[in-house]
Design a protein around this ligand. Structure first.
Ligand SMILES: NCCCNCCCCCC(O)(O)C(F)(F)F
Ligand SMILES: [Zn+2]
Length: 664
């Protein structure tokens, strides 16, 4: 299934008609450069183009009041003076004779997107719209927003498709208070937002945007607010929140649909956000959400005011929606102290609502409440160098995102004779006989007593890894007689090049090689049910789960909170995923793991399995080909000893691996 792109240039036909410093950044060029970049990068053509429609009154009334709608309906006939007058009753927003029409198109575009995703016409998609929506409230426009596109979409799918659970991820740098108000007592809609806050000093300056506001009554726990109390947050800060707050809760919640308030003012260069995360981070944020809800993900444009980083971020998002491998997450370090404080506060505030956070630490000692600074004098001092600030931000530079080309072959498979090659995969075997020199070397290092067949298989694997390195093949699956031997051989070969690092993920109680873990060229993470006799070290990490990988909840929480942070910080050039017999892992969990790991190493993942594991071939290939993994369903609480084991490992390893930190 494809990716929808919904855009209509009519939505560029309104703008600010008077002087208002607060609104001057919301310009029609935002859409023009975003769509233009998608066309220029050949991404628009790869999407399914879906036409916009005008939202109906009924659509709008799903969230907004009749009186508000009636009032907005009058704006097309207002004079300039009347429009100014009308605007005064709201904050940081402007009206225009054509904005009501465009607001109906923005909402209509959003609903077209969710209709096409919910009916399976497409898997996911992006609605490129303005005016944005997440600040608008039942009876008020706010922050450039007229109708709350995403909040209405959530009500719409619940009503029209009987959707039980909707996850809204708001990665815009502003708090979508309008969305929060719509669902604060509704447990069926989980609203997650991070936002620049600076202890309530930043717009919209609301007390209810802080981490301790978690929802009301039945909705307690279903609002997650992550305040950024400092600017210049980086990729590591954003990923830390995904690994240790959003993803664990999202998997426990198990939504039927994911809506993204896709604002890109959280990217570097934006005058509003003043953050430092680079556009390619949206490749990963998107990828990390794409195995939820069976891949049903609708992204709707909200903010984004630096036209260059906006266009790049939009392209990164669409590349990932199309299944293109993400660029490697280079030079990640740990979260900064302020991010860590927010992380710890949010996890502490939500531990009584989510079993995955039950073991979260208490609130940090530094008393946050005293940090809410009086607004007046600070606001004043900040205004002084507003112009200076704009210049500094506009001058910020960042590396051009790497070109994301999907290799000619997406997935190659090495199979024993007689095993059919799954469709869409390429059967891989050495065309010519293996190079005698290679075989000689293999014999010396790996196969003393085995037969020639091993030599052929192993040399096929080596050839396959070389083609991955050259980006001719993206990923691979191999069924081999002896997975340990194959693992050692591939790891050794793949790390010969100086800059290469291999992440080896072993699932099951088979033997695990220690090779290469001392010099850091290989990082082995081994999930099993047995206490390992292996001596744990920085690059050899045994994860003992009571029920091994058979308990979906315990295993997936260990993947999200431990394996992914390790993998992203390690930033391998190849991922080796090995399933040894007796892992007890079920297909859907295995597919989640395979899917999530493709965010690393530019998607270069090689899966090794025992040759008699025939049942796993199709699910594994489906995931390697970029299909979304099936939803795991709502996860019950993980076995306490598993949560404990992961927590203890994190405490022990966080000195070496900064992305594992969850407390300051
Ligand atoms: N220095 C100018 C002050 C601007 N204060 C209002 C900011 C509104 C942000 C709107 C947005 O970006 O959140 C949306 F996604 F809705 F477009
Ligand atoms: Zn914003």
């Amino acid at each position: 299934m494809g990716t929808a792109l919904i855009y209509d240039e009519e939505m560029t036909r309104y703008k600010l008609l008077w002087v208002d410093p607060a609104c001057k950044i919301e310009v029609p060029e935002r859409l023009v450069v975003s769509y233009g970049a998608l066309v220029e990068n050949g991404l628009a053509d790869r999407c399914v183009s879906i036409p916009v429609r005008e939202a109906t009154d009924a659509d709008i009334l799903l969230v907004h009041s009749e009186e508000y709608l009636e009032a907005v309906k009058k704006t097309p006939y207002m004079t300039l003076e009347e429009l100014k007058e009308f605007t005064l009753q709201y904050g940081d927003v402007y009206f225009h004779p054509n904005i009501y029409h465009c607001a109906k198109l923005a909402l209509g575009a959003t609903l077209q997107l969710v209709d096409n995703v919910m009916t399976g016409k497409v898997r996911n998609g992006l609605a490129l719209v303005r005016p944005p929506g997440h600040h608008s409230m039942r009876s008020a426009a706010s922050g450039f927003c007229i109708f709350n596109n995403v909040a209405i979409a959530a009500q719409y799918v619940k009503q029209k498709y009987g959707v039980k659970r909707v996850l809204i991820v708001d990665w815009d740098i502003h708090h979508g208070q309008g969305v929060q108000y719509s669902f604060e007592d509704d447990p069926s809609v989980l609203y997650f937002s991070w936002h620049r806050y600076e202890h309530q000093k930043f717009w919209p300056n609301l007390r209810e945007s802080d981490f301790d506001v978690v929802g009301k009554e039945k909705g307690a726990g279903s609002t997650i607010n992550v305040p950024w109390n400092k600017v210049k947050m980086q990729n590591s800060d954003y990923l830390s929140i995904f690994f240790h707050v959003l993803l664990p809760v999202a998997y426990e919640f198990s939504p039927d649909l994911v809506l993204v308030c896709a604002g890109f003012d959280s990217a570097i260069g934006d005058p509003e956000g003043e953050m430092c995360a680079t556009p390619d981070i949206f490749a990963h944020l998107t990828h990390l959400l794409m195995n939820l809800a069976g891949g049903k993900l609708c992204a709707v444009l909200e903010g984004g005011y630096n036209l260059k980083s906006l266009a790049q971020s939009v392209c990164q998002t669409v590349h990932s929606l199309l299944g293109d491998p993400a660029p490697r997450p280079a030079n990640l370090e740990g979260p900064c102290n302020s991010a860590l404080e927010s992380l710890q506060c949010v996890r502490s505030a939500h531990r009584k609502y989510w079993s995955c956070l039950k073991h979260a630490a208490d609130l940090p000692t530094s008393d946050i409440s005293t940090k809410r600074i009086k607004l007046a004098e600070d606001e004043e001092e900040e205004k002084l160098d507003e112009v200076e600030k704009e210049k500094l931000i506009a001058a910020m530079v960042w590396p051009q995102p790497v070109k994301r080309v999907t290799p000619p072959t997406r997935t190659a498979v090495v199979l024993p004779d007689g095993v059919a090659c799954p469709d869409r995969c390429k059967h891989f075997s050495l065309s010519e006989d293996p190079d005698p020199l290679v075989v000689q070397k293999l014999r010396e290092n790996f196969i003393k007593d085995a037969d020639d067949k091993d030599a052929v298989t192993l040399s096929s694997l080596i050839a396959l890894v070389d083609k991955m390195e050259k980006n001719e093949i993206c990923s691979g699956l191999a069924l081999v007689r002896d997975v340990s031997m194959a693992m050692r051989c591939v790891a050794q070969h793949a790390t010969t090049a100086l800059s290469n690092r291999v992440l080896v993920v072993c699932v099951g109680d088979g033997i695990v090689p220690h090779r290469g873990t001392d010099d850091g060229k290989t990082l082995v993470v081994h999930f099993s049910s047995k206490e390992s006799e292996e001596q744990e070290c920085k690059y050899l990490i045994p994860v003992c789960l009571k029920k091994g990988c058979s308990d979906a909840s315990g295993f997936i929480q260990a993947v999200l909170g431990l394996l992914l942070p390790l993998g992203y910080e390690y930033d391998p050039s190849l991922v080796l995923l090995v399933q040894t017999p007796g892992s007890g892992i079920c297909d859907s969990v295995w597919q989640q793991l395979t899917g999530l790991l493709q965010g690393l190493a530019q998607g270069h993942i090689l899966v090794l399995m025992q040759e008699d594991e025939r049942t796993c071939i199709d699910p594994t290939c489906s995931s390697l080909l970029g299909d979304a993994a099936p939803s795991l369903g709502q996860l019950h609480a993980a076995p306490p000893e598993d949560v404990e084991a992961v927590e203890n490992l994190r405490q022990r390893l966080k000195a070496d691996w900064k992305l594992l930190q969850t407390t300051e």
